[in-house]
Design a protein around this ligand. Structure first.
Ligand code: TXA
Ligand code: MG
Length: 340
């Protein structure tokens, strides 16, 4: 992991979005090559001008990514997205149907300087999305160009769903955080690869597979098994979303002193002796559970319990993304041998 000492300290402004000058200030910071975190409907992103290699290099350094990992270009409408890449008919249909929304499309890059090589990690493809969040769209419109934005956390940490989470991870390393309150979806966007004949699901996320399949009229191929040598979407690597505590998935009982992460009111045997109990959705709503997932992991982690028992959640709808993130959070961490 990049050492924090190599990074010159920055003063991090917290900009409440309801203050009139905040958006203009955030857009100006981006235009000057600064790093600005902002809310999207999924999680907070750490934005930089996609066209400026130096800003993108600073972004990687601020996150402490062990190596370059391609970033998602965010734009304020579909017309702007269509200029960045070559959209085949399926990609066009998905863009029309789901943007703005928690869907990222990987398409062949159109060329030009709008998304610099470094932001694409040298690939001839580009990942694009139009976020469904008023503050994000206002910022993108005010800035005017494409903004690359990974989740606004230190590499290997849990993605932030509030401005306070972002400050906790990145204060002193970035220029500003636009505070627009908690993010509604709570897990990252679904990523589809549309560079081949058939769309491939690279990362399950905030848009459920079922909705995409209904729009396309065909089942989605899953991602190829993770290939450590050349991951399709490096964010899919094991132990990317990592709390400190050990996670025990599909737990059917709770060990004394463990935290319990549960769903729909389930209380497995031993729950009465749990150090802390968090129910992602007492009503059994997977969308609500996704929105609360990262906050719950942070709060159980902060309670200091050495391990967290996690009940099995349904795998339908957003349950697929939740299961994916939990599996990654639970994966063993061989001292973080993440090749990206
Ligand atoms: O919801 C989200 O997608 C959030 C918000 C801020 O928009 N962003 C986010 O970015 O999750 P990040 O950097 O944490 O994850 C982006 C993922 C990475 O796994 C990256 O490898 C993959 O997208 N990716 C980016 N460009 C790609 C490309 N050309 N081909 C394949 N995968 C790509
Ligand atoms: Mg991330």
């Amino acid at each position: 992991m990049a050492s924090s000492s190599s990074l010159p300290p920055r003063h991090t402004l917290l900009l409440p979005v309801d203050r009139p000058q905040s958006l203009a200030q955030a857009a100006r910071q981006l235009a000057e090559g600064g790093l600005v975190a902002f809310p999207t409907e999924t999680v907070y992103g750490l934005g930089a001008d996609a066209a400026r290699p130096q800003a993108v290099a600073d972004l990687y350094a601020a996150k402490g990514r062990p190596a370059f990992n391609p970033l998602i270009a965010h734009v304020h409408d579909t017309a702007a997205a269509l200029r960045l890449g070559h959209f085949n008919p399926a990609a066009q249909r998905l863009a029309e149907r789901f943007w703005p929304g928690p869907l990222t499309l990987v398409v062949p890059y159109a060329g030009g300087a709008a998304v610099c090589d470094l932001a694409r990690a040298g690939l001839d493809t580009v990942a694009v999305r139009v976020p469904a969040h008023g503050d994000a769209l206002a910022l993108l419109a005010a800035f005017g160009g494409a903004v690359v934005a990974p989740s606004a956390n230190r590499s290997g940490h849990v993605s932030p769903t509030t401005a306070a989470h972002v400050m906790g991870d990145l204060a002193g390393r970035i220029d500003a955080v636009l505070d627009g309150g908690p993010t509604p979806v709570g897990v990252e966007s679904t990523i589809l690869d549309l560079t081949g004949d058939a769309p491939v699901l690279l990362r399950p996320g905030g848009l459920a597979r079922e909705e995409i399949e209904a729009a396309l009229g065909v089942p989605l191929a899953g991602a190829a098994a993770d290939d450590a040598a050349r991951p399709l979407a490096p964010g899919r690597l094991a132990s990317h979303y990592a709390p400190r505590a050990v996670l025990r998935l599909d737990a059917d009982r709770v060990l004394p002193g463990e935290g319990l992460l549960t769903f729909a009111g389930a209380r497995p045997p031993g729950a009465q002796d749990a150090a802390q109990v968090l129910d992602l959705s007492p009503a059994g709503d997977l969308t609500e559970a996704a929105a609360r997932l990262y906050g719950a992991l942070r709060s159980l982690d902060a309670s200091g319990c050495p391990s967290i028992a996690v009940v099995r959640l349904p795998r339908t709808g957003l349950g697929e993304a939740i299961a994916d993130r939990l599996a990654r959070a639970a994966a063993p961490r061989p001292e973080r041998e993440i090749p990206t």
